[in-house]
Design a protein around this ligand. Structure first.
Ligand code: ZN
Length: 123
């Protein structure tokens, strides 16, 4: 039987729930969406629901930021200093704009000095 820790803030309780169950914030929001409508008169529950919604939104934003950073990662040729910019691509080499370095064909080489892909480093 679990005892209720009265010193625990709604947010601390949420974090504990998440860790115990391995949920993501958005999972918790979904669960609370159901519970909340049945018990919206409980202020603590309302506070928890609002905190979870905020966290889920922050999760979303940080995932987006991470994704954008990965796509935009530039790589520098260790031999000549040419910078591969995914936004620019390598149109002369048949690489479309918006192609991530990771998605370049294995036989792609530096358009300036002909160095292999392995010789490029993240900027
Ligand atoms: Zn080069």
């Amino acid at each position: 039987m679990e005892t209720l820790n009265v010193m625990e803030t709604p947010e601390e309780l949420l974090v504990r729930l998440l860790e115990q169950n391995g949920w993501e914030w958005r999972t918790l929001v979904k669960i609370m969406n159901r519970t909340y409508h049945a018990s919206y008169e409980i202020p603590q529950l309302k506070a928890m629901y609002q905190a979870a919604k905020l966290k889920a939104k922050q999760d979303e934003v940080s995932k987006e930021t991470l994704g954008r950073r990965a796509v935009m990662q530039k790589y520098v040729c260790a031999l000549c200093g040419y910078v591969y910019d995914p936004e620019e691509g390598d149109t002369d080499g048949g690489i479309a704009q918006g192609t991530a370095f990771e998605d370049l064909p294995d036989d792609w080489v530096c358009p300036i000095c002909g160095a292999a892909k392995e010789l490029f480093e993240a900027e």
